[in-house]
Write a protein that binds this ligand. Structure first.
Ligand SMILES: [Zn+2]
Length: 398
């Protein structure tokens, strides 16, 4: 019998080993190093492991990018290129104008958008200010003008721009951005099929979590945490086989518009989909006791919340749960839900560390990984087969 403390200690050391590899950005050596580490761990447990290549249009953030306000005062502003941003030619100077709002992942996030124009009034860049917290890059939605730079800024810096503009003050910036579209990017989903013990009369459960990160972060919370939880879930299921077959999918390129999970879904046959009882997705096990759940259809949201509530009443009475319906499309469950499959997703949000260089391991993350492993084992066992949903399309640029 493994105690929670033993599981948390193991989670922290495994997370540290994964994070030590650096950013795990799709198409870079970091994601390939992570794949090797994960496959090594899983094969060492005696698991049957396969990989699935995921190819997307390539994109390179470039060696550096910068943003500086030059009027009404001089100030460097932290900024990152958004995924799919185009490059600037040298240092670009221009005047800032309010445009409106910027939806990301549908309306999962609504940011503030500014245009930068040169002396001739031609557009030279877009600035996107986050709805809360420090600057954090996100992928641009389909239809964005990716021939020009798009820089992500933090919430407070966006407020400064908005207030100056609202007061009629001229705001000028200079910026540099080396990001560019570049060939093709490749990495792999890592998949483990765990057979069921006993009679094969139950459907299959798919448990997913992405192991890639954005280019600027070692991604302990997002989503080294879910990755380690799933690796430990496989270890648990290998020693105590589940009563239904389980497929664990460590997806790549989640940060690239769910490319890994979308590819997985595209490779599924109609029979594969029919066999699945439901999909569980884990992304971002930050610290604390506040869990957010996205599950659908509504009948499955109800089942999931009931099972989770009863489980938490036994061993974590201080857990606070907030559910959101319908599930948003900003993480991997979106690819499965769009394909008509029932999904449940949970996270312990730590949004201030999302896509930050300092998203490093800590004991609070390790505690929520350790707590998640028996929870996932329980969900795999007891959640009933869920209803299907109508399929929908995702607004994705490739
Ligand atoms: Zn994530």
């Amino acid at each position: 019998m493994t105690t929670h403390e033993e599981r948390a200690t193991r989670a922290l050391s495994d997370l540290e080993e994964l994070v030590a590899l650096g950013p795990r950005f799709h198409g870079t050596s970091g994601i390939h190093d992570a794949e090797r580490l994960l496959v090594g761990w899983l094969v060492g447990m005696g698991a049957r492991v396969r990989t699935q290549e995921v190819r997307t249009p390539g994109w390179d953030p470039g060696a550096s990018s910068s943003l500086r306000v030059t009027a009404p005062l001089e100030r460097a502003v932290p900024a990152w290129p958004m995924l799919w941003s185009g490059p600037a030619t040298g240092v670009v100077r221009g005047r800032v104008h309010a445009v409106g709002v910027q939806g990301l992942w549908g309306d999962s996030m609504v940011w503030t958008k500014f245009a930068v124009t040169d002396a001739d009034g031609a557009l030279v860049a877009y600035l996107h200010a986050r709805d809360g917290g420090p600057a954090a890059p996100q992928p641009l939605p389909a239809g964005s003008d990716t021939s020009v730079p798009h820089l992500a800024l933090g919430h407070i810096d966006g407020l400064s721009l908005s207030e100056w503009l609202a007061d009629g003050i001229t705001v000028e910036v200079e910026l540099a951005c080396e990001s560019a579209h570049a060939g093709e990017a490749v990495s792999r989903n890592v998949i483990v099929d765990v057979p069921a013990a006993g009679p094969q009369d139950r459907g299959r459960v798919l448990v997913s979590g992405h192991y890639d990160t954005f280019f600027n972060t070692p991604g302990a919370y997002d989503n080294g945490s879910g990755t380690i939880a799933l690796v430990h879930l496989v270890r648990q299921l290998m020693t105590q086989p589940p009563s239904r077959p389980v497929t664990v999918v460590l997806t790549t390129a989640e940060e690239w518009h769910l490319a890994g999970s979308r590819h997985y879904v595209e490779q599924m046959t109609a029979k594969d989909g029919e066999e699945l009882d439901f999909v569980l997705n884990v992304d971002g096990l930050g610290r604390g006791d506040f869990m957010e759940v996205f599950a659908g259809p509504e009948t499955f949201e109800r089942e999931f919340l009931a099972v989770l509530g009863a489980y938490a009443a036994e061993n974590r009475p201080d857990l606070r749960v907030q559910s959101r319906f319908p599930p948003t499309c900003g993480t991997d469950q979106g690819a499965f839900y769009a394909a008509g499959l029932p999904v449940a997703f949970y996270t312990f949000n730590d949004l201030h560390r999302l896509h930050q260089p300092e998203d490093l391991p800590n004991p609070g993350i390790a505690a929520n990984i350790a707590w998640s492993v028996p929870l996932l084992t329980h969900l795999v066992e007891v959640l009933p087969r869920a209803d299907r949903v109508p399929s929908q399309s995702l607004s994705i640029p490739f």
